[in-house]
Design a protein around this ligand. Structure first.
Ligand code: HEC
Ligand code: HEC
Ligand code: HEC
Ligand code: HEC
Ligand code: HEC
Length: 184
């Protein structure tokens, strides 16, 4: 009898605990797996401030798959070579960084860029519907911040569950907050 009561109490605690954990996660009260402000050093000092800001190259000129698939692709070197076949100098001086780029290209090697954003495997995220929905001049900035001002890319949003859910919840977004929408 005492065992039964104890067992009942224990399962109540477990259920209560789980409910609380889920509540806290959804409401952004506890932080799990956050990587905010992560800013790894890249093998070549490629600057978004220069290319996307000053030169005004469109984000999707390089990240071509963002509006059609799950992942936004990182451009292969031949995209860079569209310009750097001829652009070798910065301020009238040969740039050693561009020289490295050309060398890798000629050797048929790719650059091992350090990944900045990374969701855990149990989360489903797909760029395409988001990019289509935020179809404006700042469609990427909604989630990535002012990339066109960054010398080095830095993660601007927490990518936490609360961050996703808070936006889905806005009435004008009409996006689902069912667990199965974002989890396998
Ligand atoms: C000329 C090509 C080019 C353009 C234009 C460009 N990017 Fe990038 N982007 C890159 C390269 C190369 C990397 C990988 C190196 C790095 O992280 O800096 C990258 C990395 C990124 C990352 C980080 C990827 C990761 O590892 O998580 C984001 C986010 C991003 N770009 C967004 C944008 C946005 C938003 C714009 C437009 C405002 C843009 N990019 C314009 C070439 C480009
Ligand atoms: C609704 C928020 C949101 C919008 C809008 C968005 N991204 Fe992302 N982006 C993310 C998340 C979340 C990740 C991490 C994805 C992962 O790890 O699977 C990411 C990752 C990336 C990466 C790294 C490669 C990848 O897909 O994992 C690049 C590059 C990138 N985004 C570029 C862009 C560009 C360019 C745009 C605009 C055309 C854009 N993003 C719009 C949320 C967004
Ligand atoms: C649309 C043309 C264009 C594309 C595409 C382009 N660049 Fe550039 N890039 C330039 C120009 C122009 C400069 C020189 C700007 C200046 O004179 O200050 C430059 C400068 C650079 C520099 C020199 C920085 C320094 O201070 O030495 C690097 C590194 C670089 N780009 C890397 C890349 C990479 C990597 C890619 C592909 C992901 C790329 N670029 C794609 C036009 C481009
Ligand atoms: C800035 C707002 C915003 C953020 C942040 C955001 N979403 Fe969304 N999401 C939306 C909107 C709006 C839709 C509805 C798009 C549509 O179908 O028109 C959506 C739809 C989705 C869908 C359904 C896509 C489909 O195939 O129909 C998934 C899955 C999703 N989001 C996952 C995520 C995940 C995971 C995150 C966080 C890593 C996230 N979202 C962050 C606004 C956002
Ligand atoms: C709009 C997208 C979205 C929805 C809806 C969503 N989640 Fe999540 N969830 C995420 C993201 C992104 C993460 C990873 C970030 C983190 O760990 O905070 C996550 C992480 C989790 C984790 C793991 C925390 C850890 O320890 O890493 C659990 C458990 C979880 N979600 C449960 C749920 C449950 C239960 C629901 C339904 C009530 C739900 N999620 C609905 C996006 C979502």
């Amino acid at each position: 009898m005492a065992k039964k009561v104890l067992g009942g109490l224990l399962s109540l605690c477990v259920i209560g605990g789980l409910t609380l954990a889920v509540y806290l996660l959804i409401n952004n009260k506890i932080a799990v797996g956050y990587n905010n402000d992560y800013e790894p050093t890249q093998p070549i000092p490629y600057s978004h401030a220069l290319h996307a800001g000053k030169l005004k190259i469109d984000c999707q000129y390089c990240h071509t798959t963002a509006s059609v698939s799950r992942h936004a692709s990182i451009p292969p070197l031949n995209v860079c070579m569209n310009c750097h076949m001829s652009v070798r100098q910065v301020n009238g001086k040969d740039s050693p960084h561009i020289a490295k780029l050309v060398e890798d290209y000629e050797k048929g090697e790719s650059i091992q860029w350090a990944k900045v954003h990374l969701l855990p495997d149990h989360v489903k995220f797909n760029h395409a519907p988001h990019v289509k929905r935020f179809n404006s001049e700042f469609q990427c900035q909604t989630c990535h911040g002012q990339i066109q001002e960054m010398e080095v890319v830095k993660q601007q949003s927490s990518l936490s569950m609360g961050w996703c859910v808070n936006c889905h919840r806005q009435p004008e977004n009409n996006a689902s907050i069912n667990c199965g929408t974002c989890h396998y």
